[in-house]
Each structure stands twice: as structure tokens, then as C-alpha cells.
Design a protein around this ligand. Structure first.
Ligand code: PLP
Length: 392
């Protein structure tokens, strides 16, 4: 059983109690450097091939344990951890593109990635970016140019949970020798393994479900391509310096031990909340990959093992009704992250420009909710009460 294998990776891969006085959890290697008896010993250290250590920006033993777990979970050759999801994302872009490169990017990927492209890569590195829906394979193929270096994807993407046919996009990219990058944060490696569909680089922010407790920032890149990962580790993480701290890496290891039980609970609650919302007369539309009404339900069944705790909806009524509803919620606090124990709600595009809304083709009243671990019935009661209060 695939999931059983994943559980062993989460609990055991990379761990070696014998090395650490039989301590059941590994220590936090809170050191910036390793020292040697001779200069030759220091000089012979091989960080990538032999998993050895000499300086904290290059590698750390605690971080290395977490990296091995994530590499195995995603069926990759190597994983490299960063100080945040954005440090990982920007390193991946800079490692695969150069001045003058053309990038194909899905319209609804994580907003700061698009800002990095629009406000830095295009004006300062003379790159070109074509934005595509992600659901139309022909549109992706037609956008490929001679200088296309990278296709940036997120599936499901976290506004309205658009899903990309990973196998088809990967096939096209390989045909034109273009690299594919995908943000797999929503599903985690337990619910989706994009490298198995032929995607080249997977990114996760550890800040969301992998950490799971809203107490760390971190990111990771993983690939089956050893050469590419060597370049990312020995060059782009080293040079840009966005390495994860040992304490954060240790907290990620701890978070991952309970990933499966947490994720199943988030999923169970979100499914119940999505179905409740869908049946409510004041709700216009619910977006959740676990709903049969999702326009790509069959594709979701094919490439995902499940869905997590994030969903979105539109109410009947004006965008102001959305604010009224969100403020009336009590258990769902107002905040922008997700993937932790806590339930959150927000209206992420309420203050977006009309231009941005037209670009995304999403209304400003879209409500995003993260279903936390406070109990399905408690959360549904909170939503019911808030919906009763709003006047539509
Ligand atoms: C939060 C988030 C990121 C960025 O992660 P950080 O750790 O905050 O840099 C990237 N992608 C998605 C889908 C996210 O939700």
C-alpha cells in the first residue's frame, strides 16, 4: 500500500537513533559550522554526493533528515529546503531561467510568484511571461516559443481550485524540452505526487500543512533530476542564502510525523463544510476539489488521492455581504495563511484592482476559508450562525 509506505517515510526515513544516544527524536543541530582535525579533512567534505557537513548555509544534519523524508515522499532523487516557500520558488525560477528567457505561467498561481515575475524578472532580467489558464492544453502548447525555459503551475490553485492535467502538460513540455515547476502545497505529497506524472520540479511551502502548526516558515524543492538539484543546492541556495534554520527543519520533521492524521481530519471537515455550504440558499457557489460539482472532478479523481482543508465560496448578494459574513464568524479567525490547526476566513480579492479581477476572472466577493481542527460540528454551527446574521 502506497500510503503505508509514506507513513514509514514520515516516521523513519533519515533517522538514526544509534548516532544520537538512542534518543527517539533527532537533535536540533544548532551549529553554523563543523570543525575538523586537519585542513585536508575539511577540504574533502562533499555536501551533495556524500551528505557531509562543513558550513550551515551549505547543509545541516537536522535539515538533511527532513530533506530525505520529502525526497522519498515525492519520489524524487533529492530535496533541498529553504527559509520560506518564496525562497524556494524564486531559487527554482532563477536556476532554470536566464536573461531573455520566456516563461509560461498559470494565471491563478500564488500571487507573490507573479509579482516576482512581473516586477523583477520582466523589467530587470528582460524575461517574457505568457499567462495561461492551465486547463487548456492547446493554449499551453501554442504559447511555447524558441526561448521558453519554464512552465509554472499550481494544482489545485488556491483561489477557485483550478486543476491542471499534469501528465498532459508534462508530455508537451518534454516534447519541447521545457522544464515544468509545480506548487504542490495544497495536496501535500500524501495526496498528490506530481513527479510521477512527469513534472520536473515540485515546490512545497512547509509553512502550511507540512509544518502544520503555524509556527514555522520554510520551503522545499524536490526533483528526480539529480543534476538540477545539485545546481539548486550548491549554487542557488548557497548564493541567495535562503537556507532553512535547523530549528525550523526540526519543527518540520515533527509536523510531518502527524501529517496523515491531520490531513485526513482537515479533509473530512472541509468536505462536510463544502457540502453544507453548497446546500445553503444564501450561498451562490462553492469551490472545493472534493465536490462532485467541481468541473474537473474526473481529473481530480485520477491524479489526487484527496483534498485538504481549504475551500472558497461566493454568497448571493454583494461583495459587502462577504465582508459581513466573514466578520460574523467567530471560530474562523481573519488571517491570510492556511494549513495550520486554526480555522481562517478572508476575502482575499476585496481590495484588488478591477484590472486584477478581470485578469483572474474572479469576483471581489470571493471568500476563502481554511477548515482547521476545532471540530466539524463546531465549525458548521459557526458558519450557520454567521449566515443567519447576514441579510441577503
Ligand atoms: C503560502 C504559500 C506559498 C508561499 O510560502 P511562504 O512559506 O509563505 O513563502 C506558496 N504557495 C502557496 C500555494 C502558498 O499558499
Amino acid at each position: 500500500m502506497e500510503t503505508e509506505k509514506d507513513l514509514l517515510i514520515l516516521e523513519r526515513t533519515g533517522e538514526n537513533e544509534k548516532l544520537y544516544l538512542n534518543a527517539v527524536t533527532p537533535p536540533v543541530f544548532m551549529n553554523s559550522l563543523h570543525v575538523f582535525d586537519t585542513f585536508e579533512e575539511y577540504h574533502d567534505v562533499n555536501v551533495f554526493e556524500k551528505d557531509q557537513f562543513y558550513y550551515g548555509r551549505a547543509s545541516n544534519p537536522t535539515t538533511s533528515i527532513a530533506e530525505r523524508k520529502i525526497a522519498q515522499l515525492e519520489h524524487g532523487a533529492r530535496a533541498v529546503m529553504f527559509s520560506s516557500g518564496m525562497a524556494a520558488a524564486s531559487a527554482a525560477i532563477l536556476a532554470t531561467c536566464k536573461t531573455g528567457s520566456h516563461i509560461i505561467c498559470m494565471i491563478d498561481v500564488y500571487q507573490p510568484v507573479k509579482r516576482f515575475l512581473n516586477e523583477y524578472c520582466i523589467p530587470c532580467l528582460n524575461m517574457q511571461v505568457s499567462y495561461v489558464k492551465g486547463t487548456d492544453i492547446q493554449e499551453i502548447e501554442a504559447s511555447i516559443q524558441e526561448n521558453t525555459s519554464l512552465i509554472i503551475l499550481e494544482s489545485p490553485a488556491t483561489f477557485i481550485f483550478t486543476v491542471v492535467d499534469l501528465e498532459k502538460v508534462a508530455q508537451i513540455a518534454k516534447k519541447y524540452k521545457v522544464k515544468t515547476y509545480m506548487d504542490n502545497t495544497y495536496c501535500t505529497p500524501l495526496f498528490q505526487k506530481p513527479l510521477d506524472f512527469g513534472i520536473d520540479i515540485v515546490m512545497h511551502t512547509l509553512t502550511k500543512y507540512l509544518g502544520g502548526h503555524s509556527d514555522i516558515l520554510g520551503g522545499v524543492l524536490v526533483s528526480k533530476d539529480e543534476e538540477l538539484m545539485r545546481k539548486i543546492m550548491n549554487q542557488f541556495r548557497e548564493w541567495l542564502g535562503g537556507v532553512i534554520g535547523p530549528m525550523e527543519a526540526w519543527l518540520a520533521i515533527r509536523g510531518m510525523r502527524t501529517l496523515k492524521v491531520r490531513l485526513e481530519q482537515h479533509q473530512k471537515t472541509a468536505q462536510a463544510v463544502a457540502e453544507f455550504l453548497e446546500s445553503h440558499p444564501k450561498v451562490k457557489k462553492v469551490y472545493y476539489p472534493g465536490l462532485k460539482s467541481h468541473p474537473q472532478y474526473d481529473l481530480i479523481q485520477k491524479q489526487q488521492k484527496g483534498s485538504s482543508g481549504l475551500l472558497s465560496l461566493e454568497l448571493c448578494g454583494s461583495p459587502e455581504t462577504a465582508l459581513e459574513f466573514v466578520d460574523a464568524l467567530q471560530l474562523f479567525r481573519k488571517g491570510c495563511s492556511w494549513g495550520g490547526f486554526e480555522s481562517l476566513a478572508m476575502v482575499p480579492l476585496y481590495y484588488a484592482s478591477q484590472e486584477e479581477l478581470d485578469f483572474l476572472k474572479i469576483g471581489r466577493g470571493l471568500i476563502r476559508m481554511h477548515c482547521g481542527l476545532e471540530g466539524t460540528e463546531n465549525l458548521i454551527a459557526d458558519i450557520q450562525r454567521a449566515l443567519d446574521l447576514v441579510k441577503i
